[in-house]
Design a protein around this ligand. Structure first.
Ligand code: SF4
Length: 379
C-alpha cells in the first residue's frame, strides 16, 4: 500500500482504452525504470527478472503508436537537476537541495513542511519531463498537434496519478501526462486483452525518446537518483569523468545513507533518505540551521520505486533486494552509464532546448509547489 496520501486512487484504464480506440488520437506510452524489474512476478517469473522487451511488445499489441522509455526522461532529469544543484552551490542559492522525482515526498513536504519548499529542486519528475517533451519537441518533429497526443505512463506508483493531475504540470491546460497505469493495472489490461505475456518476444523502445543510460536504470531504487546525479555533477564541475561510477555508499536499504565526494577540492555532502518515515530528522536539522548536507534524495517508499504502491504485492525485504539487483545489473551492462552520454539527449538540447536550466527548460521541465498545510480544504 502506498505510504503517502494516495487517498483518491482511481484506475485510468477506461481513459486509456478509449484513447486507443480513438482514431484521432496518437497514443504514446512510456515505462518507468522500476516496472521492468517487477512485472514478471505477476507471471510467476523469478523475482528480479528484467522483462523490458516483453513489456514493449505487449504495449504494441495493445495498440500504442509509440512506446518510449521513461529512462530517457530520467537522464533528462539528471541533466536539469545536476545543473540546478551546481547553480545553487555557485550562486549562494538555497541548500541543501532535495530531489523532486517522488510525488509522495513532494506531497508530504507540501502538507507538513511548506516553509521548506524552496529547498526542493524545481525539476519535474522523469515521466512528467518525458510527457512535456513528447508534446513539444516530438510533436514538432513529427508534425503532430500536441492536443491529439495522449500520453500514458506505466508507473510503479499510485501517487503518480495525483501528480499527473496537478495543474502545475500542464502547459496551457494540457497535461504533460494524460493517464497513469500502475504495474498491476497494466497486468490486468494485458490479461483482459488476452495477451499471453510469457510467450511474447522481446522488442525495443522507439526512438528518439527511448534511448537511455545506466544512470537512468537505477532511478527505481533507493540511492539511484543520487548516484546518477553525482556521476553527472562530478563531470560538470570538474570537467573529468568519475573513474568508478559505482557509488556503493548510497546503495542499500539503510534509513539514511550519507556520502561525501571531493570535487575540485570542494567537499559535497549528500544524504539519501530511504522511506518517508526517516525524513523528519533531516528536515528538523535544516529548521535548526544545522544541516551539513548540500544535496538530499528522498524516496517515500522503503527501497524506492521497486517497492512502490502500484507494484506486485509482497512482504519480504529480500524480494525488494532482488528487484534492486536487477536494476543495478541493467546499469552495469550499459555502454553508456552517465546521463550526459545519452546521444538523443544531446540532440534534444542541440536542436530544441538549448542548455540545461535555460529558458525553454524552465518553461517545460521545471515546476512550482503548493502549500498544502490545510489539506482538509482540498477534500
Ligand atoms: Fe512513488 Fe517511487 Fe515515490 Fe514510492 S518512492 S511514492 S513509488 S515515486
Amino acid at each position: 500500500v502506498c505510504p503517502t496520501a494516495a487517498l483518491r486512487e482511481r484506475s485510468h484504464a477506461k481513459e486509456v482504452v478509449n484513447a486507443l480506440n480513438d482514431k484521432k488520437k496518437f497514443t504514446v506510452v512510456q515505462v518507468a525504470p522500476a516496472v521492468r524489474a517487477t512485472l514478471g512476478e505477476e507471471y510467476n517469473l523469478p523475482i528480479g527478472t528484467n522483462v523490458t522487451g516483453k513489456i514493449i511488445t505487449g504495449l504494441r499489441r495493445l495498440g500504442f503508436d509509440k512506446v518510449f522509455d521513461t529512462n530517457f526522461g530520467a537522464d533528462l532529469t539528471i541533466l536539469e537537476e545536476a545543473t540546478e544543484l551546481i547553480n545553487r552551490l555557485g550562486n549562494g542559492g538555497v541548500t541543501p537541495m532535495f530531489t523532486s522525482c517522488c510525488p509522495g515526498w513532494i506531497k508530504f513536504a507540501e502538507q507538513n513542511y511548506p516553509h521548506l519548499l524552496e529547498h526542493l529542486s524545481t525539476c519535474k519528475s522523469p515521466h512528467e519531463m518525458e510527457g512535456a517533451i513528447i508534446k513539444s519537441y516530438y510533436a514538432k518533429k513529427m508534425g503532430l498537434n500536441p492536443e491529439d497526443i495522449f500520453v500514458v505512463s506505466i508507473m510503479p506508483c499510485t501517487v503518480k496519478k495525483f501528480e499527473a493531475s496537478r495543474p502545475e504540470l500542464s502547459e496551457d491546460k494540457m497535461p504533460d501526462v494524460d493517464a497513469v497505469l500502475t504495474t498491476r493495472e497494466l497486468v490486468r489490461l494485458f490479461k483482459v486483452a488476452g495477451i499471453d505475456f510469457n510467450d511474447l518476444p522481446d522488442d525495443e523502445f522507439d526512438n528518439p525518446l527511448g534511448e537511455s543510460t545506466g544512470a537512468a536504470a537505477i532511478f527505481g531504487t533507493s540511492g539511484g537518483v543520487m548516484e546518477a546525479a553525482l556521476r553527472t555533477a562530478y563531470f560538470k564541475l570538474s570537467g573529468k569523468e568519475l573513474e568508478n561510477v559505482d557509488l556503493t555508499n548510497v546503495r542499500g536499504f539503510d534509513g539514511v545513507k550519507e556520502f561525501s565526494v571531493d570535487i575540485n577540492g570542494s567537499t559535497v555532502n549528500v544524504a539519501v533518505v530511504n522511506g518517508i518515515g526517516n525524513v523528519r530528522g533531516i528536515l528538523e536539522q535544516i529548521e535548526r540551521g544545522e544541516s551539513k548536507y548540500h544535496f538530499i534524495e528522498v524516496m517515500a517508499c522503503p527501497g524506492g520505486c521497486i517497492n512502490g504502491g502500484g507494484q506486485p504485492i509482497h512482504q519480504k525485504p529480500e524480494k525488494v533486494q532482488k528487484r534492486a539487483r536487477a536494476l543495478y545489473e541493467i546499469d552495469a551492462k550499459m555502454k553508456n552509464r552517465k546521463s550526459h552520454e545519452n546521444e538523443s539527449l544531446k540532440k534534444l538540447y542541440n536542436e530544441f532546448l538549448g542548455e540545461p536550466n535555460g529558458h525553454l527548460s524552465h518553461e517545460l521541465l521545471h515546476t512550482t509547489y503548493v502549500n498544502r498545510k490545510n489539506i482538509l480544504e482540498e477534500l
